[in-house]
Design a protein around this ligand. Structure first.
Ligand SMILES: Nc1ncnc2c1ncn2[C@@H]1O[C@H](COP(=O)(O)OP(=O)(O)OP(=O)(O)O)[C@@H](O)[C@H]1O
Length: 261
């Protein structure tokens, strides 16, 4: 299912501040989403995260692990760009989220802190008055955390907790913006993530994923856009530089290693 059909940038007088000064953003006119999965590839620093952030602010996505999108000061420049984007929808969905690998550690830390605080409050209230109804909100928070995340994301490894999170928060009919979700995942777990994404695609999910992973780039039902020479270019899997380089490297690492010294 394609929820978000396209994004276009409104014409604007030249602006020399970030993010409008990024060559890719300057050149950007519009982009169409024709597949349930859109993969965004580009060298470091080309502006993939910035672009996803701008999209997320325009959409009003839930930001997993960060501040509220509207309040997060680090997103002020992206919000300005987001305001200049015009989105067209098939059906606008409120389901889904924006996920940046970098926020994730904060997220697990915050969950752990909320859990600890709720336990502490419960204990204090029960010591004061075993029958007090004041316990209810804290008991409910603990119940929800256990329901969603079991033992706790904070006691799992980064990769495991990533997958737990996706498992807990993916739901049908959602629009998911994922920024480098492969970050802590082993190749095997990247395959697990691919399979979760496939399941959600079957359930009318749409994904826009910025990634450097040649594994994730192979997702079926996907269209790959590469930021090259400052513009978006559609590419087939085998023509993506990340894929070619990885393939060449794996077929003969020594050929590359010889040039490292
Ligand atoms: N708040 C900011 N102020 C000024 N420049 C910024 C800001 N955030 C990012 N940049 C710059 O904008 C450029 C694009 O950054 P962005 O993180 O969007 O790139 P990216 O394509 O996602 O890179 P990577 O693949 O390394 O994650 C970079 O040169 C970065 O230094």
């Amino acid at each position: 299912m394609i929820h978000l059909k396209s994004v276009a940038k409104r014409n604007k007088q030249s602006n020399h501040e970030y993010p409008f000064n990024l060559p890719f953003i300057q050149q950007f006119k519009e982009m169409h989403f024709r597949y349930p999965v859109t993969i965004l590839v580009g060298e470091n620093g080309t502006g993939k995260s910035t672009f996803l952030e701008a999209l997320a602010t325009n959409i009003g996505s839930i930001l997993i692990g960060g501040e509220n999108l509207e309040n997060d000061p680090s997103l002020t420049p992206a919000r300005k760009l987001g305001n200049e984007l015009k989105l067209t929808w098939t059906i606008k969905t409120k389901k889904g989220f924006f996920f940046r690998a970098n926020d994730f550690i904060n997220f697990t830390n915050r969950l752990a802190a909320i859990k600890e605080e709720s336990k502490q409050k419960l204990k204090e209230i029960r010591e004061r008055d075993p029958n007090s109804l004041e316990v209810l909100p804290y008991a409910s928070t603990l119940h929800d955390l256990n329901h969603f995340y079991g033992e706790g994301l904070e006691v799992r490894s980064h990769g495991e907790s990533f997958l737990d999170l996706f498992q807990a928060r993916f739901q049908p009919n959602g629009l998911y913006l994922l920024d480098e979700p492969e970050a802590p995942l082993s190749p095997l777990k990247q395959l697990t993530l691919m399979s979760m994404i496939n399941e959600m695609v079957e359930e009318n999910g749409q994904f826009i994923i910025a990634t450097h992973s040649p594994i994730l780039m192979a997702l079926p039902n996907a269209e790959i856009f590469v930021i090259e020479d400052d513009v978006l270019q559609r590419k087939s899997y085998g023509d993506v530089e990340h894929v070619k380089l990885t393939r060449d490297f794996l077929s003969s690492p020594e050929r590359f290693l010889r040039h490292l010294n």
